[in-house]
Write a protein that binds this ligand. Sequence first.
Ligand code: ADP
Ligand code: MG
Length: 315
Amino acid sequence: MTETLVIALGGNALQRAGMPADADSQLKVVRETAAQLLAILKAGWRLAVVHGNGPQVGRIALQNEAARKITPPMPFDVCGAMSQGMIGYHIQQALGEEMERAGLPGRPVTLVTQVRVDVNDPAFLHPTKPIGPFYSREEAESIAREKGFVFREDAGRGWRRVVPSPMPLEVVELNQVRTLLDAGFVPVTAGGGGIPVVYEAGRGYVGVEAVIDKDLAAWRVAEGLDASTLLILTEVENACLNYGKPNQKVLTRVPAAAMRAYLNEGHFAAGSMGPKVDAALRFVEGMTGRRAIITRLDLALQGLSGERGTEIVAS
Ligand code: ADP
Ligand code: MG
């Protein structure tokens, strides 16, 4: 059987600095990303794709807020579902076209994906993730009173809503993802980390106002699909020690135990490289024989063959 690979696409796979945040630009960037994914499919991998959605869902939330006098704003979980559809649509177009041209069977299929979290996750007591537009203190206080949202001052730029970032527990649609994969399709799943839901007896899955880290969600997808490899594609070629300092050290092939020690020493920033290394470690430590690779989007194939990037292997 061919090996299964789960790819987590970072922000640069969907949007590039200096390009307008419009639909044409997104499709253009996604086409470049699709060329990378095609090379991987041609190499024979069974592939599932997870992607980020930070800027996209932020804009959807902003659009909803700006139009609140005309039409009711959708809650954040619904905005997350919209972002999965919007991004998945472009991936289906771009990658679908590439696969057709290359004569490959199967096509990308986007799944609106829920990811279950624990209502008692301590993250719910400490919201950390800024979302949506900036407000004045007065606006923030009034919305906080009206809706119970939590606001924080964001680096002198104004007040911003913050939501919790709980741990992903399971992908609700895992069976559907696996069925698509087995049938030869390329599932696009858990976009933006998935729509966070809690399970309530008698009510079923209920969306919550939170953001799941997409790299950690990709770990859950990879684990659930019994993938052999987790490939995290981002803006930098390597995870580094002493990142950005004169004594910076590029990491290439690292045993999991050593990488976990580096993580605990604080080498990887929270909210960026930290969750990538965390996801990679959880995946590799979950079962022997697994590999996780962190590298730059345009080096994806070389990352898989071990020539470039940072590879985390079982200790
Ligand atoms: P993505 O959108 O791909 O998730 P992030 O911005 O969240 O991208 O994470 C990648 C960024 O992490 C890099 O661009 C880099 O600036 C930052 N980073 C923080 N710590 C490190 C480190 N130790 N090694 C490499 N990059 C790091
Ligand atoms: Mg990130």
